[in-house]
Ligand binder design. Structure first.
Ligand code: BGC
Length: 800
């Protein structure tokens, strides 16, 4: 089996017989659930005895002081053993299982990634702690980005919830599942801000806004790490990709990033810092260069900013093969120089390359790398292992052999309930003409479109151990929702893509197991069949968008239009005159001008995960009222990129209603986003009114309160997100037209009102000035409260 990187992932072998680990361990079900209780209503989580009661290993006995323990260990290590501790390797064609065991026993590997079967990993850990000279435990890492066995919605969807408890819950449940597979560290959260939806990895991030993404980053770290990453049910979070990866030129993956320091500090850097402030133990370094210097060899980034300015004290890890790639960036003559640059920059762990192994001993021998430089990196790796509780118990998360799951993919290892509850709060209602939604569970419903019954695509881009056949497709979700009440007719309608070259490309990304299987019929025949089905129905639901591989690493698009023949399908369905409900599945903003104008209802579902089909059905049939909001602007066309709401003020802004010349605009198209940041409808009607500020003038150190009344005017119970934006009307540098500074999700019954209050003080008014210093400047500010970033109530005040 391969993951989406084409990296082989250990698959399950024969099954051991095993009874429920929770019972065997003597842990009560309540104890096992304890850690989860506050955030997840989930089935019991199996924790082995070893996991539940960590034993001190001989290594740790007598040393409770981390520094002393590591100092002592480093003093006993040979250069080769030190170099070994800087290598993170996955099992693959170049490193088959038998070879990695020997490498580990020889002390040449620090950790492994991409293997999550306890039965496979146990011999690796045994080789480390029984056979290697110093018995330093390994750690196991994995990309637990939006779920582990249970796949939750993609991060762009999670951010749409504007609900940080929900994100924390996703991460908590994922951590527990990952722990049960012996995983110690995740390469997450991914907090790269993106203003360019051509970039496929936009799907993996939390959107365009530094405040929202920072909040999401904190919530995810809290969920993954819990109170501490040394617990049997917590994993260490390695925030990625440091830094600025989301700003690759032209949205083309791995491309250059060229950015002013001001923009870095104002917009792109805050989320990484937020994750670190929340305690993330690791940092994964980006593949891109920054203003000419690759992140992997960037001493300003890794030393001056990360270590000195931000005071980061954890482990850094290169991205996949990034050290070797320094030669391709053209900043290193050969691998030797690449290794030298990377270690001098402070890349502690090298992921998936041989460069440190091959080059560091020679560099140490020649004196080009000082022992202290090598030791500094080793210290961080050992420190991370210590912090993950592995010196205390190398099998902390792996548990005992007899507790290994017989079937790693057993359905009872999933957390379906949280997955469904979370997913339905990530669905963004973009249009709902004539109250087309919610649908009645009656009559005949046509479900068409290439994504209606795809268990694979609904899992999204980094679905970890998610299994397509365990995912509830939209079709399955609808069938269950209407069983015995309404009739469902289905048709494929069209393929997602028509261009075989593109299909081949996507299949190549997953080389041993093609994901994209094309329906060989002609577009005309498939559309004709769908139209016939539509004609027999009372309402048509069309599930369209992108294959999951289109919104992934290495999947940049030149167009963000609805791909292939899907718009032709939608047009043909529209022509039947039947109410048309368009369900979008995609991992980036799409240019959906036609759908906006023509769909009777339009629901953005991103990739909603294992329980996606049930969650979408909950919303379509009104068992759940949608409340999510876009965490990223939807441009009208690719030419409008970058489109983001918090752009700087300019000298010649476009004035709505006054098209004229010599203002900043694209003259062939309407201005502004098709759907703005923060936008999303409800089945109920909400109003926000009566913005009041507690003061019109405040002094330094003082705060004021902004309040407005949110009313649910009916007819459904539901929630809405009140958003606080602030504009600094004049300052020493041009400032954004508005910046998100707070949000509150409020649930109201029909007819109910609530006053929503925000405090505004220097924290909300500070910014990075031209000297890159965080300052608050006196002056006039405009407070803006709204239910999206476009329609806001405004009041001004002065800071004097
Ligand atoms: C990706 C990372 C990921 C790593 C390990 C790389 O290709 O850029 O995000 O964590 O692979 O799977």
């Amino acid at each position: 089996m391969n993951d989406m990187n084409g990296v082989p992932v250990a698959d399950e072998r024969g099954a051991d017989s095993r009874t429920d680990a929770t019972e065997k361990s003597g842990l009560s079900r309540r104890q096992a659930l304890g850690a989860l209780a506050s955030v997840a209503a989930a089935p019991a989580v199996a924790m082995g005895e070893a996991a539940a009661a960590p034993r001190k290993t001989a290594m740790l006995a007598g040393s409770t002081n981390k520094k002393a323990f590591i100092d002592d260990l480093i003093a006993r290590m040979t250069v080769d053993e030190k170099v070994g501790q800087l290598r993170l390797i996955s099992i693959g064609p170049e490193m088959p299982f038998a070879k990695i065991v020997e490498e580990i026993a020889a002390g040449r590997i620090a950790g492994s990634f991409n293997t999550v079967i306890r039965r496979d990993n146990r011999p690796l850990q045994e080789a480390a702690v029984q056979r290697s000279r110093l018995k330093i435990p390994l750690f196991f890492a994995y990309d637990v980005v939006h779920g582990h066995r249970t796949t939750f919605p993609i991060p762009l969807g999670l951010a749409s919830s504007f609900d940080m408890k929900l994100i924390e819950r996703m991460a908590r449940v994922s951590a527990v599942e990952a722990c049960n597979d012996g995983v110690d560290m995740t390469f997450a959260p991914m907090v790269d801000i993106s203003h360019d939806p051509r970039w496929g990895r936009t799907s993996e991030g939390f959107g365009e806004d530094p405040y929202l993404v920072s909040e999401c980053a904190r919530a995810a770290v809290r969920g993954f790490q819990g109170t501490s990453p040394d617990q049997p049910d917590t994993i260490m979070a390695a925030v990625k990709h440091f830094a600025l990866y989301g700003a690759v030129e032209g949205g083309r993956d791995y491309n250059t990033v060229d950015m002013s320091p001001l923009r870095m500090h104002q917009t792109y850097l805050p989320p990484y810092r937020a994750a670190l402030e929340a305690g993330a133990g690791g940092v994964m370094v980006a593949l891109n260069s920054i203003n000419g210097v690759p992140a992997t060899s960037n001493t300003w980034l890794m030393q001056d900013l990360l270590r000195k300015q931000w005071g980061f004290k954890g482990v850094t890890v290169s991205d996949h093969g990034a050290i070797t790639e320094l030669t391709r960036h053209g900043v290193a003559r050969d691998n030797r120089e690449a290794a030298k640059l990377a270690i001098k920059a402070g890349i502690d762990l090298s992921m998936a390359d041989q460069v440190y192994l091959a080059e560091l001993p020679g560099l140490i021998a020649s004196g080009e790398i000082k022992m202290a430089e090598l030791d500094a990196c080793v210290r961080e790796v050992l420190g991370a292992k210590y912090d993950m509780g592995l010196f205390a118990n190398p099998f902390l998360r792996m548990g005992k052999k007899e507790d290994d799951p017989a079937d790693v993919r057993a359905d009872n290892r999933l957390h379906r309930e949280p997955a469904r509850e979370i997913a339905r709060d990530t669905l963004v209602l973009l249009e709902n003409r004539n109250q087309t939604l919610p649908l009645k569970k009656a009559g005949t419903i046509a479900l068409v479109g290439p994504l209606a019954d795809s268990g694979l695509d609904i899992l999204g881009s980094w679905s970890a151990q998610g299994v397509a056949t365990q995912a509830v497709t939209l079709r399955a979700g609808i069938e269950k929702a209407i069983a015995g009440k309404a009739k469902l007719l289905t048709a494929h309608g069209t393929n997602v893509l028509d261009d075989q070259k593109v299909v081949d490309y996507l299949n190549y990304l997953n080389w041993d197991k093609p994901e994209v299987i094309q329906d060989p019929r002609s577009v005309e025949a498939m559309i004709a069949e769908a139209v016939e089905v539509a004609k027999q129905a009372d309402v048509v639901i069309a599930a369209v968008g992108e294959l999951r591989g289109m919104s992934h690493e290495s999947s940049s698009r030149v167009s963000i239009e609805m791909p292939g023949s899907q718009r032709a399908l939608l047009k043909a369905l529209k022509a039947t005159g039947k109410p048309l409900v368009v369900v979008l599945m995609n991992g980036r903003p799409l240019a959906i001008g036609w759908e906006k104008e023509n769909a009777d209802a339009l629901l953005e579902t991103w990739y909603a995960g294992t329980e996606g089909g049930n969650a979408i059905a909950d919303v379509l049939f009104g068992d759940h009222n949608p409340s999510a909001k876009l965490p990223i602007s939807f441009p009208r066309s690719v030419g409008q990129i970058p489109t983001y709401y918090n752009h700087l003020r300019i000298g010649r802004p476009f004035t709505p209603g006054k098209p004229g010349n010599y203002t900043s605009q694209y003259f062939e198209e309407e201005q502004g986003a098709l759907y703005p940041f923060g936008f999303g409808l409800s089945y109920s009607r909400f109003s926000l009114s009566g913005l009041k500020l507690s003061a019109r003038k405040i002094a330094r150190g003082q705060k004021l309160t902004a309040e407005a009344t949110l009313t649910n005017e009916g007819p459904y119970e539901g929630a809405n997100v009140v958003q606080l934006y602030v504009c600094d009307n004049y300052a020493s540098i041009a400032r954004p037209v508005k910046e998100l500074k707070g949000f509150r999700k409020v649930a109201l019954k029909p007819g109910e009102s609530r006053v929503v209050r925000f405090e505004i003080g220097e924290d909300e008014l500070k910014f990075v000035n031209g000297d890159l210093r965080e300052v608050v400047e006196n002056g006039h500010f405009t407070v803006q409260l709204g239910l999206d970033s476009r329609e806001v109530l405004e009041q001004g005040f002065e800071l004097a």
